[in-house]
Design a binder for this molecule. Structure first.
Ligand SMILES: *[C@@H]1O[C@H](CO)[C@@H](O)[C@H](O)[C@H]1NC(C)=O
Ligand SMILES: *[C@@H]1O[C@H](CO)[C@@H](O)[C@H](O)[C@H]1NC(C)=O
Ligand SMILES: *[C@@H]1O[C@H](CO)[C@@H](O)[C@H](O)[C@H]1NC(C)=O
Ligand SMILES: *[C@@H]1O[C@H](CO)[C@@H](O)[C@H](O)[C@H]1NC(C)=O
Ligand SMILES: *[C@@H]1O[C@H](CO)[C@@H](O)[C@H](O)[C@H]1NC(C)=O
Ligand SMILES: *[C@@H]1O[C@H](CO)[C@@H](O)[C@H](O)[C@H]1NC(C)=O
Ligand SMILES: *[C@@H]1O[C@H](CO)[C@@H](O)[C@H](O)[C@H]1NC(C)=O
Ligand SMILES: *[C@@H]1O[C@H](CO)[C@@H](O)[C@H](O)[C@H]1NC(C)=O
Ligand SMILES: *[C@@H]1O[C@H](CO)[C@@H](O)[C@H](O)[C@H]1NC(C)=O
Ligand SMILES: *[C@@H]1O[C@H](CO)[C@@H](O)[C@H](O)[C@H]1NC(C)=O
Ligand SMILES: *[C@@H]1O[C@H](CO)[C@@H](O)[C@H](O)[C@H]1NC(C)=O
Ligand SMILES: *[C@@H]1O[C@H](CO)[C@@H](O)[C@H](O)[C@H]1NC(C)=O
Length: 726
């Protein structure tokens, strides 16, 4: 049950085996992030990310231990090897990778052409164990399996682990391999003693590998169709080529995540297509990304269109490919390697028209490419075979018009008509951990920003001639947008009187034993903010007010970046409170030395909110690089309106304008002070006479990706110079 593309890839591989050496030099990155050591290697044959975890004296061994992990973009595949010291004392085993004695490099490529099939590719290296070690858990196959194991309940499917095969190999080494559920691909991991180390022993009762103290060479490889990478020049537009010299780490990282038919969200945990991540990255990074056929922008938009659910227009959140797809198919008694998609999100649909407008309407390359592009026939999902990109886009736009019409209708501005999470899902937008919305069902970012911005884009697309079957969208979409822009904020507003605010912040710090300054001197008036969601669990009557989930947050950035709102009083008040949250230090506001926290539960006055939004929560009092980028870009856009032809009122309100400008500059100071972690996904902190950044994975089992696509957007989002008061 192979897709034609795989047959073709195999054929092509067979024909092109002659090219054993790459024309371009290999790319390498070393990214230390103790206790993780990250190495990225890629060339024209394959791409690998290798992470060695070596515990430190202060590590929490219930969440991390010695581990060697490899992640490969092709098929979202990889392997993990968990080690323990044979003496059983956690903390004594601290493995290190060693440079190759022949090349001097930590990683070297494996490339073995196989006639009539995909080549075997991967990496080799050397690992040193300071004390005897036991490889207790090998996981070979999909990154999804490894991610679920690492973050979840540490349970492995016997169907996956049952496929492991152990064998003694040459030179006193040992091999563990596993053939995927497709019966074709095999992941192979081999260790060979080096420099006098003891032979590797296969623990015959229990299928574990035992090592002495010393150095072992490893080879890790698999044979699966290759992805066509965009090198740094190909991922960027010609005007941005200088970035390759100026920001080699970020442009190399961008290239590692960029392929002709999709951009990947991050490495190692999300090394595959994600709709939200790739579109937000594209929108923030558009000024530097390559246009045209086989460019990065079209890779993003085509990947989204390919994966649309034709039945209802929903945009795919995450693709499921490779071994995990075959595994999930098998669980449904389907023998197939076909990819699948996860459609649970409610925010991602709205990003599609914005991405389409920004490229196909607003750029001249996009205008020229439009006819050919939307005439392309989808091939990725069998369900979409034969549908053009144009047809698929229209199905999504129809869904949006339908879902947003009730709220926009006369008298329709009720909570019931707002966009809710899907009934069976605890998540639905970017704060997609189970506590990310504090139990809320009606997200703030979607309703107050993404919906109206998506509608504005639909109107612009319609005016440019898109969706000829629905000519009325040129006016209806704008009419809906105006209502969603002007009449949604009020539902999410929280005002905390000054004295109550002081006591809430003091109790938050004291009750949570946080040992951070309360900064309550900074509370000089009532505190206003827009909660992260509405509870939504309110029985009819339909217009009953729903409690706001009382968590301050950074999601204001969506409105600033995506919308030029026109209700002047509302815009001024909105900018005023965002500026307060950036100028006020946590826990009064959101700012700390390590960046803006994406959530602040201090005003909830509730211990379970405080715990669920802690510094050890994925969407808690932690910093996400891309939220800093979108806030920087968003405030920049609003300040930029002051020198446009249509100047908003706040520009002429000198104290307010100056406050917004100060908050913009404060934000950029924080960004510049955190360059070391800016390109990673998310980071947490310790407090010791100030906030210090620390990997999230040193606090909870959820690790941060060392490089995340949307955190690389600082390649395009820059501090701008704005004039003094307007
Ligand atoms: C020791 O490490 C193992 C594996 O990392 C872990 O399961 C176990 O809980 C640790 N023991 C202690 C006492 O932390
Ligand atoms: C590997 O070699 C590089 C220079 O080639 C050196 O900087 C680095 O310290 C070496 N690493 C180890 C682990 O020996
Ligand atoms: C290696 O680890 C496995 C799994 O924890 C255990 O069953 C086995 O006894 C260990 N072997 C040695 C020699 O420590
Ligand atoms: C995997 O291991 C088994 C058992 O040693 C061996 O028969 C098989 O050839 C190996 N497969 C690959 C691709 O190395
Ligand atoms: C793999 O082989 C097994 C055993 O022959 C068979 O049951 C299964 O359907 C095959 N899987 C695929 C995806 O072809
Ligand atoms: C990228 O590939 C193109 C050919 O497609 C080549 O001309 C260019 O030099 C390469 N750039 C880099 C940075 O390797
Ligand atoms: C798959 O088949 C098994 C055995 O016939 C059955 O028990 C199971 O319910 C089936 N699963 C699905 C999802 O149909
Ligand atoms: C779209 O594709 C069809 C069939 O491939 C072709 O006949 C038609 O000319 C194309 N239209 C455009 C605008 O490219
Ligand atoms: C919107 O979709 C619902 C089903 O989800 C359908 O019942 C309704 O007729 C649609 N409304 C319009 C205006 O298309
Ligand atoms: C919308 O399109 C109609 C023709 O279909 C046209 O008469 C009208 O002026 C357009 N409205 C706008 C705002 O462009
Ligand atoms: C917050 O308080 C600190 C002193 O605790 C002060 O330096 C800072 O200017 C204050 N910020 C605002 C916005 O009031
Ligand atoms: C908002 O206005 C600014 C300045 O006029 C402009 O650069 C930007 O593209 C506009 N944004 C949107 C989403 O319309």
């Amino acid at each position: 049950m192979l897709r034609p593309s795989r047959f073709l890839a195999a054929l092509f591989a067979a024909v092109s085996v002659a090219q054993d050496t790459c024309n371009e030099p290999a790319s390498r990155l070393y990214l230390p992030d103790p206790p993780y050591d990250n190495y990225i290697y890629f060339d024209c044959h394959s791409s690998s990310h290798v992470i060695l975890t070596s515990p430190m004296s202060n590590s929490n061994f219930s969440i991390l231990g010695p581990r060697l992990l490899m992640a490969w973009p092709a098929g979202n595949s990889g392997l993990a090897a968990y080690f323990e010291p044979t003496d059983g004392v956690n903390g004594t085993l601290t493995p290190r990778l060693e440079n190759s004695t022949s090349t001097g490099e930590i990683l070297n490529p494996i490339y073995e052409p196989i006639e009539g099939s995909d080549p075997r590719v991967g990496v080799s290296g050397s690992v040193n164990f300071n004390v005897p070690a036991n490889l207790t858990i090998p996981i070979l196959g999909s990154i999804r399996t490894i991610r679920d194991f690492a973050e979840g309940s540490s349970i492995l499917d016997p169907g996956v682990q049952g496929g492991l095969r152990f064998s003694q190999s040459d030179d006193n080494g040992a091999t563990v391999n596993r053939t995927w559920f497709d019966n074709i691909t095999t992941t192979v991991l081999t260790f060979t003693p080096f420099d006098g180390a003891q032979p590797v022993i296969i623990d015959s009762n229990s299928n574990h590998l035992l090592f002495g103290a010393g150095t072992y060479r490893f080879n890790a490889s698999f044979n699966y169709p290759h992805l066509e990478q965009l090198n740094q020049t190909e991922a960027l537009n010609p005007q941005s080529a200088d970035l390759i010299q100026q920001q080699p780490d970020q442009t190399t990282s961008l290239s590692f995540l960029s392929y002709e038919d999709k951009l990947l969200a991050g490495t190692w945990r999300f090394l595959t297509y994600f709709g939200r991540d790739s579109m937000i990255s594209m929108l923030l990074m558009q000024p530097v990304l390559s246009e045209g056929e086989n460019g990065a922008i079209e890779a993003v938009i085509s990947a989204v269109l390919e994966r649309i659910n034709r039945a209802d227009g929903t945009v795919c959140h995450e693709e499921v490919i490779g071994d995990y797809a075959t595994y999930l198919n098998l669980k449904e008694n389907i023998t197939s390697t076909e990819p699948r998609c996860d459609y649970k999100m409610v925010d991602t649909d709205y990003l599609l028209p914005i991405a389409m407008q920004n490229y196909f309407v607003d750029t001249s390359t996009g205008q020229q490419r439009s006819d050919e592009f939307f005439n392309t026939t989808a091939t990725f999902l069998v369900e979409n075979d034969g549908l053009t990109y144009g047809t698929l886009a229209e199905i999504t736009i129809s869904k949006i018009m339908n879902a947003t019409s009730a709220f926009a209708s006369p008298g329709g501005q009720t909570i019931q008509n707002l966009i809710h999470l899907r009934a069976s899902e605890p998540v639905g937008e970017w704060r997609d951990s189970n506590n990310g919305l504090g139990g809320g069902r009606i997200p703030y970012d979607v309703n107050a920003a993404l919906v109206p911005a998506g509608l504005r884009a639909i109107a612009a697309l319609s005016r440019a001639g898109f969706f000829a079957n629905r000519p009325e969208w040129n006016e209806t979409a704008d009419r809906y947008a105006q209502v969603w822009e002007d009449s949604t904020l009020q539902f999410f507003e929280v005002v905390v009187p000054q004295s109550e605010a002081v006591s809430l912040v003091e109790s938050y710090v004291a009750d949570g034993s946080l040992s951070v300054p309360t900064n309550t001197d900074n509370i000089t008036g009532d505190m206003t903010y827009y909660g992260v969601a509405l509870d939504g669990n309110v029985p009819p009557p339909s217009n009953a007010s729903s409690p706001v989930v009382p968590v301050m947050n950074t999601d204001d950035c969506f409105r600033h970046f995506f919308l030029n709102t026109t209700n002047q009083a509302q815009l001024s008040a909105f900018l005023n409170q965002t500026a307060d949250h950036i100028l006020n230090p946590f826990p009064v506001g959101l700012a700390s030395d390590v960046g803006l926290f994406v959530a602040n539960p201090a005003y909830a006055g509730n211990a379970s909110f405080a715990a669920n939004f802690s510094r050890g929560a994925y969407h808690g009092t932690v910093v996400w690089g891309w939220q800093l980028a979108m806030m920087g870009a968003g405030l920049g856009r609003q300040l930029g309106r002051c020198s446009s032809s249509n100047v908003p009122d706040f520009c002429n309100d000198t104290p307010l304008y100056n406050k917004v400008l100060s908050s913009y500059n404060r934000l950029w100071d924080l960004v510049e002070n955190n360059e070391a972690q800016l390109s990673s996904e998310v980071w947490s902190w310790n407090y010791d006479n100030g906030y210090q950044a620390t990997p999230l994975g040193s606090i909870i089992a959820t690790e941060s990706n060392i490089r995340q696509l949307w955190s690389l957007t600082f390649l395009a989002v820059r501090r701008e110079k704005f004039g003094g008061s307007g």
